[in-house]
Design a protein around this ligand. Structure first.
Ligand code: B1M
Length: 210
């Protein structure tokens, strides 16, 4: 089994410490951080998602896997950020109200920081008002919203509605992301951009602050 396969397997078993150790080992062996992330950690988490969907595993197993994912991300974070360059804009990010999934949002935050953006991370379960107030107070050019549940996707539209009400639409741009979203959904709700992963988010945000 390759080290990336081992990371994926240990993540699926919720072995937090092993995932941390193996991630350190993969870094020491010279594997690219992005490859460790995509093939090891996210690869393992995708399997967990499928097994959970098919009722083969249950919520506590998913929680353990999430913890193991964070152990790996902790090792990768300094490398992903170190590759960055000085600041190129300000972005407020968060997971929308009612949604507690923050792994993807945190990854996107790490990647944006790595690309030189100042990131104001509001965390998870963020109300529309908090998104808009944080952007107003910080002078951020972009609000980045994440949602993993189909039931929380509509909150994004509320944020855009609030920006419109305050006359900020167009001044503060919006980028949305998360597994159930799409380019189409972004168009429907009037978001300025949709990004499918962290690297794509960097491109989209760069184009918006351009
Ligand atoms: Co939940 N969960 N979960 N869960 N969970 C999903 C999302 C689900 C698809 C699983 C399934 O059924 N297959 C399903 C949603 C179904 C739906 O809505 N259609 C689901 C469910 C049902 C639930 C609960 C309702 C379960 C319950 O209680 N019965 C519950 C809801 C809680 C809540 O939010 N109110 C719940 C809870 C949880 C945990 C707490 C146990 C845990 C989250 C822990 C945490 O985040 N701290 C969890 C997890 C881990 C998952 C899965 C397995 C993995 C999500 C993940 O972290 N993926 C997930 C299944 C899946 O997605 N395959 C699932 C890894 C991460 C790197 O990817 O988040 O997609 P992702 O982020 C990507 C891209 O989407 C994108 O870039 C990231 C990097 O590539 N991206 C952006 C994300 N945000 C972006 C923002 C951007 C740009 C790109 O710009 C701003």
């Amino acid at each position: 089994m390759s080290i990336l396969e081992q990371i994926s397997a240990e993540l699926q078993r919720g072995e937090e410490e092993r995932v941390g150790e193996l991630t350190r080992q993969a870094i020491a062996e010279g594997l690219a951080p992005q490859q460790i992330l995509d093939q090891g950690l996210i690869g393992g988490m995708n399997v967990i998602g499928e097994q959970f969907r098919d009722h083969e595993i249950f919520l506590p197993d998913v929680l353990l896997a999430a913890r193991a994912m964070y152990a790996g991300m902790d090792e990768l974070r300094p490398l992903l950020i170190k590759e960055g360059i000085p600041t190129s804009g300000k972005v407020v990010i968060g997971t929308v109200q009612g949604d507690l999934h923050d792994i993807g949002k945190n990854l996107v935050g790490i990647m944006l920081r790595g690309a030189g953006f100042e990131v104001i991370d509001l965390g998870k379960d963020v109300t529309p008002d908090r998104f808009v107030t944080a952007a107003e107070e910080s002078g951020a050019q972009v609000i980045g919203m994440s949602a993993l549940l189909t039931t929380t996707m509509p909150v994004m539209k509320q944020v855009i509605g609030l920006l419109e009400e305050k006359g900020l639409k167009g001044k503060v741009r919006t980028v949305i992301g998360g597994a159930p979203l799409s380019e189409d959904f972004a168009r429907q709700i009037g978001a300025d951009a949709y990004a499918f992963d962290g690297a794509n988010a960097i491109d989209r945000v760069k184009a918006l602050v351009g």
